[in-house]
Every structure is written in C-alpha cells, then in structure tokens.
Design a protein. Structure first.
Length: 117
C-alpha cells in the first residue's frame, strides 16, 4: 500500500530524491519514515517525520545530508539525499505508522540506491 520510487545509480557526492506515496486502502498515518538495508546488513532506520508538530528524526550518519519531508494528509513522504556516499548504497524502504508508539504497519516495496565511488 506504499509505493517507493526514485532510486538509481549515482556517483559519490551526487544527490537523489526518493518518493513514497500510499495507494489503495486509505489510512491515517501518524509517522512516516525511511529505512534502508545495505548489502549484507540488517535493515536500519534512516529518517522519520511525525506529522503532528512536524518533528523530524535522523540517524547520525545522514544528519546534515538527508532531509525528510512530505504531506501527512496524502501519506506522501520524500527523502532528499545530498552528498551521497558509497556507504549509503542500500535498498530504501518507506514505512508508515498509524499510532504514536509501536511498529510500522505499512511498508513500501523498496527502491535501490547505488552510490559509486
């Protein structure tokens, strides 16, 4: 019910913008976020945005380089990625949570970002 897109092959220091939109059955999200899974690694949190108040959260490795934004009413979230590094190479997943606590209930299919050095 979430569709993520915008991945691709870029060079180090390039920028890329990922998008994620909900489709099908509608729901009201409280938080939407991005996660990623690099080669041989576990899925990790990247960024999230809480619609009430607009607070944003980032993992340390992307602070200052990535920006999350979106429209809560449309269940749409973006991830602007600047100054990309080879270690950012991963499949990026968007997720949505309908409650202030608990896990993400909705997930996108993932979009591959490959950063070459």
């Amino acid at each position: 019910q979430l569709q993520a897109y915008g991945g691709g092959l870029v060079q180090a220091w390039d920028s890329l913008r990922l998008s994620c939109a909900a489709s099908g059955r509608t729901f009201s999200s409280h938080v939407m976020g991005w996660f990623r899974q690099g080669p041989g690694k576990e899925r990790e949190f990247v960024a999230a945005i809480k619609w009430s108040g607009g607070n944003t959260y980032y993992t340390d490795s992307v602070k200052g380089r990535f920006t999350i934004s979106g429209d809560g009413a449309k269940n749409t979230v973006y991830l602007q990625m600047n100054s990309l590094k080879p270690e950012d190479t991963a499949v990026y997943y968007c997720g949505a949570r309908t409650s202030p606590t608990g896990g993400y209930e909705y997930w996108g299919q993932g979009t591959l970002v490959t950063v070459s050095s």
